[in-house]
Ligand binder design. Structure first.
Ligand code: ZN
Length: 152
């Protein structure tokens, strides 16, 4: 099987059966993100334990890429320390925008998102959940009053 097909299968699988779909109540942080260009809209809730992101859920509506990306992100960040989440955020952003980027740590299934680099209009679909996560964490850290993100 070609790597390309494998990546496409990962996206299809996570779109069809999104992991960590739903809502945490109570939650330690929450944020809402919109991508007006595509109509993607998602809502994140998460729980923190010390400096660790212990649980994350997302819901909302969006295209296959935005849903698969949020699902993959939820698996990748759950249980990670906040500095590790921050490093992943930077690595995924680079994966989506810089062809020659070498990730600091193996990205595993998140590599499947690298395919959107060839479709600039879809980069915002894939990055929406990450910007929304950043907004939720900033709000939890007291750096932002409201956690709403628009990619425009
Ligand atoms: Zn989209």
């Amino acid at each position: 099987m070609e790597l390309r097909d494998l990546y496409r299968d990962v996206i299809l699988d996570h779109n069809r059966s999104p992991r960590n779909f739903g809502r945490l109540d109570p939650a330690d942080a929450a944020a809402v993100g919109h991508n007006p260009l595509c109509g993607d809209s998602l809502s994140l809730t998460l729980r923190l334990e010390g400096d660790r992101l212990s649980e994350l859920r997302f819901n909302g509506q969006g295209c296959a890429i935005s849903v698969a990306s949020a699902s993959l992100m939820s698996e990748a960040v759950s249980g990670k320390s906040l500095p590790e989440v921050d490093a992943l955020y930077r690595d995924v952003h680079a994966l989506l925008t810089e062809p020659a980027h070498q990730p600091a740590a193996p990205l595993g299934k998140l590599m499947a998102l690298g395919g959107v680099r060839e479709f600039p209009a879809r980069v915002k679909c894939a990055s929406l959940c990450w910007h929304t996560l950043r907004a939720a964490l900033d709000q939890a850290a007291g750096k932002a009053a409201a956690a709403t993100v628009s990619t425009e």
